[in-house]
Structure formats: structure tokens, C-alpha cells
Write a protein that binds this ligand. Sequence first.
Ligand code: 5AD
Ligand code: SF4
Length: 342
Amino acid sequence: MTMNKSEIIAYLNGQDDIGLFAEADRVRRSVFGDEIFLRGIIEYSNYCRQNCFYCGLRSGNREAVRYRLTREEIFESVEIAVAQNIPTIVLQGGEDPHYSADWIAGLIKEIVGKYDLAITLSLGEQGPEVLRMWREAGANRYLLRIETWDKENYHKLRPGRRWENRLDCLKVLRELDYEVGSGIMVGLPGENVESLAEAILGLTSLDLDMIGIGPFLAHPQTPLRDEPNGAIQLTLRTLALVRILNPYANMPSTSAMECASRGARIAGLRAGMNVIMPSITPERVKRLYNIYPGKNADSDDSEHSLNAVMEIIREAGYRRSFSKGISPNILRRHESEMTLSK
Ligand code: 5AD
Ligand code: SF4
């Protein structure tokens, strides 16, 4: 299905929420049925050399209490995923130079050597050689949000970083045959429905395998502390529109939704999302992974947070899947490449 910018803007302004969410759910059911994929996130370091204006982990936040997990601690989390039959893990961290690219490659090899898990990386912008090394070590997927489609705003909010480089990095990931994920925040300061419509069309043009979108939430220890949060209803409309335009992408109902408003993760599933990503970071540190206020605050322990996630899936009227949930998009791409080379 295609939609032009003015049609998208009309939906973003609330033209027909009931019709929009019903269509998004119909599209997700036509591809994924009623299954929800789980991804266990291991947040292994909250040190970051970047200084993004919106993020609680920014290097300029001197109040943040920092931690790094050891190899053994990371394996504790990996084993939680294995014990709970969660077939995909996401290694996520700030851009922390303490862990060398070789060390990460060694970790990936060790995990895939021991366990049958799909490995997703969410380790920020990296050069092509590093991304190749991690792919060869056994990583399957990579998440790198473009954050906003508004280049000028990107340059304001991510000092020293170039929007074009981020896009190039996504291209490299595609060339290396990762399943590629990107996404944005909804409601960043300086943005409106017009820029959001452009972001929706822009993300769609990337033909992504995974798309992660959540509301911007103002963090008290950042320069954006006094800005309003992204609105939840606008975020839900964005999710539904992106789902309709990207039927084959894996799309999470993010924890930022839940932090913005209780019950919003259920609403996200009903608006066409098919993935949930519970944190399986060790208890002792998980609350310190404070990207935005409330992140990881609701979960007493991994089992509790997993039970909560199961409850959300049941309540929304879907079923938990035990599959790795490879994106149907990459399967389609491989098939068409095979046909072309015949
Ligand atoms: N509010 C919501 N999401 C945020 N992120 C970073 N800071 C915030 C915030 N204040 C998101 C970014 C990043 C992801 C890991 O978390 O999109 O890519
Ligand atoms: Fe670092 Fe990512 Fe936060 Fe930016 S958004 S400061 S890169 S952890």
C-alpha cells in the first residue's frame, strides 16, 4: 500500500483512529498471524562517548551512575534467555570504547558457539570493517535508529555527528547482509506532523527489516529536561502508519511507550506491533540504564518482567511465539536475489 504525505498528515491529525488501528492490525495479522516475538535485551554498558541532547546516558551527564558488565555477567543474562526459551538476544550499550571490537567479536563467537540464539547488535555507529568482523563472528541483526528524518534537528541534537553518516552506516549494514533495523523518536523538540510524515515516508523508503519507534521522553539530567514529552496517541498513529506501509518489518511495542503511559505497550500491539523486547540485564544494574525516565524501573527481576510481558501479550489478545522471528522481508529479498541470479 502507498500513501502520500497529505494522507499521512491527515491520519497523524486523528482523521480516523479506529479505521487506522484496525487496518494496521489487519496488516500485521496477514503477515504474522497473532504471534508476538520476544527479544531479550542485554544492556551491557551505560558508558557513552556521545552527547545526544535527549539521552540520559550522554557523556555530559555527570550525575549518571555508570556500570559495565563483565563477560561472566553478560553470560548470566544470556543464560536467562536460554532458560526462558527466548530465542533472540539484543546486545545493547552506549558507545563505550572500553570494549574493543575484537572483544565484542570474541563474545559473539562464544555465544553462537554455545547456544542456538539469533544475535542482534545495537552498538551505535561503527566503521565497515568492525561491522564486517561482527557479522562474520555470527551476529545476524543490527539496530541503528536514524532518530529523526529532520537533518538540521539531528545535527542540533547529536553534536558532532552527521545524519548522512548514519544513513551510510545503514547502507553498509544492508550490504553486509545483516537484518537491518532503524527508527525514530516521536515528538522531539522542534518537530511537527509534517516532519513526522517525512520520517514515515523516509523510513519506508529504506525497506527495513525492523523498525523501532517510541515517544521522546524528557530526561531531567539532559538539556531537554523542560521540553514536553512526545504524545502517546501521535506515537500510536505513527506506529500504525509505519506498519501499514511496511507489512513485513518486525516492529516492537517499545518500553518507552509504557514509560510514557501505563498500558500503552498493549495499545502498541493492537496498533500492529509484533515484537516485545524485555530487558534481561542483571538486576543490580538494570535501573541504571536510564536512557529516559522510568526505563527498566518497573521490573523487580527478570522473571517478573517476563511474566509482565506475557501478561501484556495475553491481554492484547495475541500469542507468544518461540521462533527466532527472522524478518519475512529479508527472506523475500534473498528469494528475489536468487531468482535474479538464475
Ligand atoms: N526518550 C525516548 N527515547 C530515547 N532514546 C534515547 N533517549 C531517549 C529519550 N529521552 C532512544 C533513542 C535510541 C534508543 C536506544 O533510545 O532512539 O536510539
Ligand atoms: Fe549514547 Fe545512544 Fe544515548 Fe546517544 S542515544 S548518548 S549514542 S546511548
